[in-house]
Design a protein around this ligand. Structure first.
Ligand SMILES: O=C(O)CCC(=O)C(=O)O
Length: 265
């Protein structure tokens, strides 16, 4: 049998802190993911999970996300109108989320901590993406207990006419867990990007498992406090976790043509 050919660069990097090299490698496709165990310490996770009770938790649109994922904060890809443009309702939801976030007074603020550390690693502050000068919301809280379909996230495909004032050339997904299960709930990332013929295997917001069968992949289960950064153009999925909660703050980072990083959800 011929040896299975693998890309040695599609590797999971485990580090103490993010660096500019990690971000560049993920954007270039020369690393699969960067995992930082203990990005937040246990006391911070314990305080934060309690404080999240003060946030209004909602579901995704069930016609788009049929397997329930609870979340706080609007995601841009949930507000694409039938004309392909961002629905005006998004701005009300973004405003309401900002007000609720301020009112919930999360101290420490895990999203602010993550943005500050990633910005320090990159060498410049990370600003929210803007649309006609209006900043979008970034920093959703998601509870994924029943898994997530194989899917990819690429704002430049979701909004091909362009959405942001900034031009994005690579998109990374950042997740920071504040509660995590001891079994199940693995994140899997495949060395495989979307192809047009994948549309024949579409199921809801994602694709059937056959789309990625046989492709090189990495899989890991994160613990509370861990952070994970990966290129969200690679197909990825989440395994269900019976029993315990799996709660994470999440946002996307975009590397722009001017070399700055922006964020959104
Ligand atoms: O929860 C995870 O492990 C990954 C979530 C996800 O699909 C994403 O960040 O795009």
């Amino acid at each position: 049998m011929p040896a299975l050919r693998v890309d040695p660069l599609f590797a999971l990097l485990v580090a103490d802190a993010y660096t500019d090299r990690h971000i560049a490698a993920l954007a270039a496709g020369t690393a699969a993911a960067v995992h930082i165990p203990g990005f937040l310490d246990e006391p911070t996770c314990a305080v934060t999970i309690k404080s999240t009770n003060r946030l209004p938790i909602d579901d995704y649109d069930p016609t788009r996300v049929p397997v329930r994922i609870a979340r706080f904060g609007p995601a841009l890809n949930d507000y694409r109108g039938s004309d392909g443009a961002l629905h005006e309702r998004y701005w009300q939801a973004a405003n309401a989320a900002r007000i609720a976030w301020t009112a919930a007074r999360l101290r420490p603020d895990p999203v602010a901590i993550a943005l500050a550390r990633l910005g320090a690693a990159w060498g410049s502050a990370i600003a929210p993406a803007t649309i006609s000068g209006r900043p979008v919301f970034g920093g959703t809280l998601r509870e994924i207990n029943n898994g997530a379909f194989v899917h990819f996230d690429e704002v430049v495909r979701e909004y091909p006419d362009g959405l942001f004032d900034q031009q994005v050339i690579a998109q990374l997904a950042f997740n920071l867990w504040i509660a995590a299960p001891e079994s199940g709930g693995e994140t899997t990332m495949w060395r495989r990007r979307w192809r047009p013929d994948d549309e024949t295997h579409r199921t809801g917001y994602g694709y059937t498992p056959s789309t990625v069968r046989g492709y090189q992949h990495i899989s890991l289960r994160s613990s509370a406090g861990d952070a994970l950064l990966f290129n969200s153009a690679n197909l990825h999925a989440v395994a269900p976790n019976p029993g315990q909660r799996r709660v994470a703050f999440a946002f996307f980072l975009g590397l722009t043509v001017t070399g700055t990083l922006i964020f959104w959800s």
